[in-house]
Ligand binder design. Structure first.
Ligand code: NAP
Length: 487
């Protein structure tokens, strides 16, 4: 056990969708890592639920394949003894009595119901959890994204969940908030005297948030085509990142103190609608191209040769109408089949007001604070210094570079490791409150409506490129460029 990892109290964690991609690829490995670190008490149970007719042994065997590379088999076997499986259909009553008996009545025991299924099942699952008396004592429910596809459908889900679980029991997960760099943003901003005086429109020129993926939609085409990049990435993850950059200092890290401040940012976002959507947003869709050295098909081909109006790329310029941020653009860009898998926040400071250096010393670049969320989490602060040596004075733009893995010599924990145990601890600071989800939909909804009203198809871009050229024009029109971090 590391100094920072203390055991949590014993819990039952029930994963609906226990055989699905998210559970097998992310949730179970995260739990296994926490087990290896000694944080999961031996009396805790992890229960997978899905319709597939498996028993405990069958489920454990399938998980063994997924987890075996992580650590030696003996430890894995001990962990798997804490893992169980119950076949259930969220939409049918059969088997729920037995499941309730298996969970048992232990009002003092923490029990977490993690809904890692399609959101269409959330209402059925919560209804049955209520009907079969499973919401007892310290119960919590975790909702995976997407929570709805617009404000109305989000409200329907939240209302149905709210009939069974109170808001304080409801954990809406956004795994970006569990990333080390995002929590570090809080510490950088509010644990150092250096940044806060500069953190406003007088000193910050603009902010960029990029979430770029190299993968295409793959087998998730059916889900993705109903969503698109704005619903899948911008409405949730990217707005949450924007809030963490832009919020006022909360009075403490108490859950509502932080979430109240994020909500104010969401309420201050300037509307984007039919009147300005063409100037402030660019949507794209990838075509065939080259990704990671291999030829890849376009989005319509990946869907099965189907024409689609869904965007796989969005770039937009958001503005926050308050005293701190008036006039500071927040450029957001996300897409699939882009050249790099990278998520980062770049805060660019204003240029110095006057240069005292000869033109032949080189150009003065603006300071940038780059917060890298993936792949290699870390922080870089770009500064101008003198090139060392006795020659003429030459300016160099160099980063103060802190890769967390290098600096601390440990692999960074996956965001789910942190967040799953925060649910067990009952700490919702890094989870979205209902009013945040609603405010985010209130801002995103008119953009979707305006795109739909325009009737315009997304602009094509070649797989392996940085999206349509209009996305470059969006920022270059303002005399700025997307960060390339290559200086
Ligand atoms: P998935 O691979 O399609 O898994 C769905 C799971 O739900 C399976 O275990 C499936 O098993 C189960 N299921 C389906 N219908 C059911 C029913 N009627 N009753 C009980 N179980 C049922 O989906 P996923 O990719 O894991 O995603 C799960 C959720 O997480 C989705 O909301 C997704 O948007 C979200 N999410 C996923 C990722 C990711 O990386 N995969 C990332 C972020 C968010 P059976 O068919 O055997 O019932």
């Amino acid at each position: 056990m590391t100094a920072s990892s203390q055991s949590v109290e014993p819990f039952d964690l029930v994963i609906f969708g226990g055989t699905g991609d998210l559970a097998v690829r992310k949730l179970l490995p995260a739990l296994f890592h926490r087990f290896l670190d000694g944080q999961i008490p031996a009396s805790s149970r992890i229960v997978g639920i899905a319709r597939e007719a498996l028993d405990d042994a069958g489920y454990r065997a399938s998980l063994r394949e997924a987890l075996v590379g992580i650590c030696d088999a003996a430890k894995l076997d001990v962990f798997l003894q804490q893992v169980f499986y119950r076949p259930l259909d969220a939409r049918k009553d059969e088997g729920w009595d037995d499941f309730a008996a298996f969970i048992g009545a232990q009002p003092e025991h923490v029990r977490v119901f993690y809904l890692s299924t399609s959101p269409e099942l959330f209402v059925d699952i919560c209804g049955r959890l209520g009907h079969y008396g499973l919401n007892q004592g310290k119960s919590r429910v975790v909702l995976e994204k997407p929570i709805g596809r617009d404000l109305d459908s989000a409200n329907q889900i939240n209302d149905a969940v709210g009939k069974v679980f109170s808001e304080s029991q409801t954990f809406r997960i956004d795994h970006y908030l569990g990333k080390e760099t995002v929590q570090n943003l809080l510490v950088l901003r509010f644990g150092n005297a250096l940044f806060e005086p500069l953190w406003n429109s007088a000193h910050i020129d603009h902010v960029q948030i990029t979430v770029a993926e190299t993968l295409g939609v793959g087998h998730r085409g059916a889900y993705y085509d109903r969503a698109g990049a704005l619903r899948d990435m911008v409405q949730n993850h990217m707005l949450q990142l924007l809030c963490m950059v832009a919020m006022e200092p909360p009075s403490s890290l108490a859950p509502d103190a932080v979430r109240d401040e994020k909500l104010k940012v969401l309420h201050s976002l300037k509307p984007i609608d039919e009147s300005n959507v063409a100037q402030l947003t660019v949507r794209g869709q990838y075509r065939a191209g080259v990704a990671e050295g291999a030829s890849v098909p376009g989005y319509p081909d990946e869907l099965g040769n189907t024409k689609s109006n869904t965007e796989t790329f969005v770039a937009l310029k958001a503005e926050i109408a308050n005293w701190r941020w008036a006039g500071v653009p927040f450029y957001l860009r996300t897409g699939k089949r882009l050249p790099d898998r990278v998520s980062e926040i770049v805060v660019t400071f204003k240029p110095v007001p006057h240069s005292i250096f000869n033109p032949d010393a080189g150009t003065l670049s603006q300071n940038r604070l780059v917060l890298r969320l993936q792949p290699d989490e870390g922080v870089k602060l770009w500064l101008t210094i003198k090139h060392p040596g006795p020659g003429g004075l030459r300016l160099r733009h160099v980063p103060l570079d802190m890769s967390f893995a290098e600096a601390f010599g440990v692999q960074q924990p996956d965001a789910y490791e942190r967040l799953l145990l925060d649910v067990v601890r009952g700490n919702p600071t890094l989870f979205m409150r209902r009013d945040e989800v609603e405010a985010a939909w209130r801002w995103a909804g008119p953009i979707l409506a305006a795109w739909s009203a325009s009737g315009e198809a997304p602009r094509p871009y070649a797989a392996g490129s940085w999206g349509p050229s209009a996305a470059v024009a969006l920022i270059e029109r303002d005399g700025r460029t997307w960060n390339e971090d290559s200086e």
